[in-house]
Design a protein around this ligand. Structure first.
Ligand SMILES: *Cc1c(COP(=O)(O)O)cnc(C)c1O
Length: 246
């Protein structure tokens, strides 16, 4: 079995090095461990290491909620970020236990989440998921739609806008210069951030840029990532197929 604590530390060091190389403060980038497909037993050493600082990300709500319940029963702290597409009929579950949703992609979902959060008297940090690759099968809203969605959050007091998230073009789809094609997706996210920051009607902050995974987080940091979502490089290869939606 892999030593998840040692691997986490190695990834953390690589993140810090990438920060220094980009002229940024080491530690200024959040390393978000993506625990999807791994049972709690596999995550425990890392959670023990991180203590109250622990965050975990999952792409499926049910899986996250099951693990959250198991950890809370055992008194192990962890905060939860949802990074997969969220269907509106599951907003209720997210409202109950998650601290962050990185895949907000419609006003209807935002309204539903806000209502559910009021019921349970909680708040939720949200990032808008932007489709920066132009691939039709990719989740997220078009970059051109980000401003309207961000403005629509103004009356929804239970949602705290924090920033933007993207999944870049798949390397296999990215043509002869995949690094450039992926970097272009990240640069596009920065452009959307600039647009939202300059607008007077966007509530909250747009400081977070969640981009970069195991294969490319150093590239993402060079292009401005403030959160990298890392699964495989910390926990090892996933052994059973993922479902595409939350
Ligand atoms: C699984 C997943 C990740 C982590 O991917 P790795 O390649 O295992 O690091 C990051 N973001 C999202 C949205 C994911 O679903």
């Amino acid at each position: 079995m892999v030593d998840v604590v040692a691997q986490y530390r190695q990834v953390r060091e690589r993140v810090d090095r990438a920060c220094r190389e980009a002229g940024r403060e080491p530690g200024s980038v959040r390393l978000l461990p993506v625990s999807k497909t791994w049972p709690v037993a596999h995550l425990e050493p890392l959670l023990a290491e991180l203590g109250e600082r622990a965050w975990l990300a999952e792409n499926k709500v049910q899986e996250a909620q099951g693990k959250a319940a198991e950890l809370s029963d055992r008194g192990i702290p962890a905060r939860w970020s949802i990074v997969g597409h969220l269907q509106r009929n599951k907003a209720r579950h997210v409202a109950e236990f998650a601290d962050e949703l990185q895949t907000l992609d419609s006003e209807r979902l935002a309204v539903e989440l806000n209502k559910r959060l009021e019921t349970v008297d909680r708040t939720l940090q949200v990032l808008l998921q932007i489709n920066t690759s132009g691939e039709s099968q990719k989740a997220g809203i078009e970059p051109e739609a980000a401003l309207d969605l961000a403005r629509a959050l103004a009356p929804l007091e239970r949602l705290q806008l924090r920033g933007l998230m993207t999944v870049p073009i798949a390397a296999a789809e990215a043509g002869p210069e995949p690094v450039q094609a992926i970097a272009a997706c990240y640069d596009r996210l920065v452009q959307v951030q600039d647009q939202l920051r300059q607008d007077g009607r966007v509530p909250g902050t747009v400081d977070e840029l969640s981009m970069g995974m195991s294969q490319d987080f150093e590239l993402a940091i060079a292009h401005g990532a403030t959160t990298v979502r890392v699964g495989t490089a910390i926990f090892g290869g996933r052994s059973y197929p993922e479902q595409p939606t939350a």
